[in-house]
Design a protein around this ligand. Sequence first.
Ligand SMILES: Nc1ncnc2c1ncn2[C@@H]1O[C@H](COP(=O)(O)OP(=O)(O)OP(=O)(O)O)[C@@H](O)[C@H]1O
Ligand SMILES: Nc1nc2c(ncn2[C@@H]2O[C@H](COP(=O)(O)O)[C@@H](O)[C@H]2O)c(=O)[nH]1
Length: 416
Amino acid sequence: MKCLLMLDLLGIDDQGEEAPEHLLNSLDGQLPVACDSESKDYQTSTIVDDKTYVVEGSEDGGKSWINVKIFDNLTRSWLIPTVLGMKPVQLQGHSTLLLNNGRILIVKKDYPLDDCIWFLEVDTPFVKEQKKLLGTEVVAWSKGVIGSAPKPIVISGPSGVGKGTLINKLMKEFPSKYGFSVSHTTRAPREKELDGVHYHFTERSLMEKDIRDGKFLEFASVHGNLYGTSIEAVEAVTDSGKRCILDIDVQGARSVRASSLDAIFIFICPPSFEELEERLRARATETEEQVQKRLRNARAELDEGRSPGLFDHILVNDDLETCYETLKKLLASDENANTLNQPTTKNLKVHVSHMESRADQKILLHCGTNGTGVKVPSLFMLDISSLKGGAPGRTRGLNVYTVESLRDGVNRIKQL
Ligand SMILES: Nc1ncnc2c1ncn2[C@@H]1O[C@H](COP(=O)(O)OP(=O)(O)OP(=O)(O)O)[C@@H](O)[C@H]1O
Ligand SMILES: Nc1nc2c(ncn2[C@@H]2O[C@H](COP(=O)(O)O)[C@@H](O)[C@H]2O)c(=O)[nH]1
């Protein structure tokens, strides 16, 4: 039904008829396409090679929707792509600009700067991989975030090595600095484990559906159960300004390594296999059969943990305090090396009328009055030269400047 409605807006039926002439004539991916401010329905078209990406939205009686479809300029037919990632909740109009790295920049009109910059990935490595996996056309949304965020930390290692113990110590000593990525799992809760705190305990069919819907950054079958990190789990921590810690198995670490998440990877080893077995039994949370299974898997994980290029650091958890101190030092030096550029609140509501791309990865956002009576600069500059991350998570590393025209053609540029 939804699909019919979208086609209807363009004045065509669902029998695969061509896009109307006026739309085709106006399609030009190289030029900024300004939105139609008179209309309640918002639509832009961007040409990428032989395809035209149409982003459209509408507000109808308080309900709003956003849709993406593709017009194949060779076969002259419409394609409905699989849409991944978290999409904008509302549009009150938007402008688009094709970037040269397989992304379309989308700036929402009349939204605070914090929530107005989005990317629609149409030909990035993530999208290419998903196209192969799903066998359909794929597009992926990613919200643009101003400034950089601290790198997430992936902690991996065999069951019983002490990952949870080390992470709990970090969280206890630095509650405002680190946040835990709460995974989903199909395993049953242990005594004292709380839903939403230690894990999101879920049913396999629900989790499989969410995986199909692209909600997971990674997932793996571990010791007979399904475990996974949702994109939301990581982004919720990162958005709160904390450094996100993921406690995941080696298969999961490998998937995250291959993803757009720019993380630091730490592998925890036991001092010996006998000590690992002792810790696992002493914890007394598993049946004998489960302990045997976890120990069998531990041998493979210990081998895999040493594979070149997978982990940045390997720590031996012999004496707990010594290992904890080493972990803290390692994280501190990594933080210093990646000086944090925490975003300040960007509450300014901007009404972008059009965008202009410059050769040096800077984009000029020309703004009109936003109707709130609050004076807002009429020109912003967006620096996209150091973007990090991307779909299925956020795109970070955006820098925004105000541009103020002074006399004699001199501009004053100030970073927000
Ligand atoms: N350095 C250490 N020396 C002795 N015991 C330890 C040490 N570190 C952790 N332990 C103990 O080992 C047991 C297993 O630790 P923990 O639950 O943190 O492991 P884990 O790696 O998180 O396991 P899993 O992957 O199954 O969640 C716990 O009872 C914990 O108290
Ligand atoms: N790939 C993932 N592995 C995960 C995730 N959350 C936890 N784990 C790993 O599973 C085992 C077993 O955990 P337990 O709580 O049942 O003892 C352990 O190695 C965890 O690191 C996840 O989201 N993805």
